[in-house]
Design a protein around this ligand. Structure first.
Ligand SMILES: Cc1ncc(COP(=O)(O)O)c(C=O)c1O
Length: 424
């Protein structure tokens, strides 16, 4: 029963477009009214009617420790009591900056912002300012937030609206310098650099794309990007808003041994609060105002509550054995499901990286968005609803990743395995 939720949703629709403040939450792609969450603890969300759901959305990957993790809550509350915002530098910003720099070798300096969108938007402005060039290369199906220049052939909710184009309101001029290529296609990258290398300011990508469903990079694709950008004097920007601290302490760059010039971080870095960042080589970051001429600012940038929560989260995940524990939980969930897919010869596959994964329907393997045309969104919608009825909440769009946290209990993982196999 979701009477209260339904009532809240109906009233929300009168005052908020579509009743939600971010499109995918609306659950339109799966044909149900959205979940209305009132609280969360560990791996559970409680809705406005008191129903509990095992959560595999995890605030879109931010909650690697689960909901209301005590150490994160304590750190945030302590900071709120000391003042929640100053618009003035605070010691906690330096503490989180130093922590991130100690964990990710390619990051020598870092600037905190409030959202992943701001991080990527600033990264491309910085790349253009630093190189004095205009063109940006991105890949179809990668999502980098909703700034104009990057909102073309984007993944996540933007893909659901119109896979080939961009949003209404984004002018042709705004995307005139954005070149979009298929992911994992080295040949196209080489051709572009041969023709236009000297005009390219930066290549931006999700090194492990998670916004068209989880896609794995071919390792030689990433090294090709590193080589071509270096040769052309362009910057390589890893958007690790999702993969950062998710696939390991050093993110995708640690996993694949590639050193980008700039890295965008978000989600986990704020411990569930609004924080994101861009970091990289000091000589590039120092082009930002107030020392440099590339402008970026934010009233709530480096907000101390978000910084305190983020620092507490990072201190937790850097403890020895954290990622092994997370992997064990993910294996407990996925291995039996993968076995069932093989055994029943289902036309589906699981693509995974650490504790994030996607179950694709109607597809046996996907290396780029162009491989997803055969996907079956109707089957996904039925699958979503079957799990939802069993008290399991997964991201309500096929083109997204599920996230496992260390708060997922064995009991809930086993219950999920059973429900998924039954629903498949
Ligand atoms: C890879 C990636 N980059 C950027 C963003 C934008 O971040 P935000 O939603 O915080 O603006 C997202 C959001 O999901 C993302 O997944």
């Amino acid at each position: 029963m979701r009477y209260r939720s339904s009532d809240i949703y109906r009233r929300s629709c009168q005052v908020i477009p579509g009743g939600v403040n971010s499109p995918v939450r609306s659950c339109r792609a799966v044909g149900i009214e959205p979940l209305i969450a009132v609280s969360g603890r560990g791996d559970l969300i409680v809705d406005a009617d008191g129903n509990e759901y095992i959560d595999y959305c995890g605030s879109w990957g931010a909650l690697i420790l689960g909901h209301a993790f005590p150490r994160v809550v304590e750190a945030a509350v302590r900071q709120v009591e000391m003042g929640s915002s100053f618009g003035i530098a605070t010691p906690i910003e330096e503490a989180l900056a130093a922590k991130v720099i100690s964990l990710i070798p390619s990051i020598e300096k870092i600037r905190f912002v409030s959202s992943g969108t701001e991080a990527t938007m600033t990264a491309i402005r910085l790349a253009r300012g630093f190189t004095g060039r205009s063109k940006i290369v991105k890949f179809s199906g990668c999502y980098h937030g909703h700034s104009d220049a990057l909102l073309t052939q984007a993944g996540s909710g933007a893909a659901f609206l119109n896979p080939q184009a961009t949003s209404l309101g984004v002018t042709a001029a705004a995307i005139a310098d954005t070149v979009t290529l298929p992911f994992n296609d080295e040949t196209k990258v080489r051709e572009l650099f041969a023709a236009k290398g000297s005009e390219i300011a930066a290549v931006i990508l999700e090194p492990i794309p998670a916004n068209m469903g989880l896609i794995l990079p071919e390792p030689q694709f990433l090294s090709c990007l590193r080589k071509e950008t270096e040769k052309a004097g362009a910057l390589l920007i890893f958007d690790e808003v999702i993969s950062g601290f998710r696939v390991g302490l050093r993110g995708a760059q640690g996993l694949y041994g590639i050193r980008p010039d700039l890295t965008c971080l978000g989600k986990i870095i704020g411990g569930g609060f609004p924080a994101a960042a861009l970091g990289g080589k000091a000589e590039i970051l120092d082009c930002l105002a107030p020392i440099g001429q590339v402008y970026q600012a934010g009233t709530l940038s480096g907000n101390p509550v978000a910084m305190a929560a983020g620092l507490a989260a990072l201190e937790e995940i850097e403890k020895p054995g954290f990622y092994e524990r997370l992997q064990d939980k993910t294996d407990r969930l996925l291995l039996p499901i993968e076995e069932a897919i093989l055994e029943k010869n289902l036309n589906a596959c699981i693509q995974k990286a650490g504790s994030m994964f996607t179950i694709f329907f109607g597809i046996r393997q996907a290396l780029c968005r162009e491989d997803l045309a055969a996907g079956d969104p109707k089957r996904f919608a039925r699958f979503f609803c079957a799990l939802f009825e069993k008290g399991i909440y997964i991201p309500p769009l096929q083109q997204e990743a599920w996230f496992v946290s260390t708060a997922h209990t064995n009991d809930h993982l086993d219950k999920t395995v059973e429900a998924v196999i039954e629903s498949l």
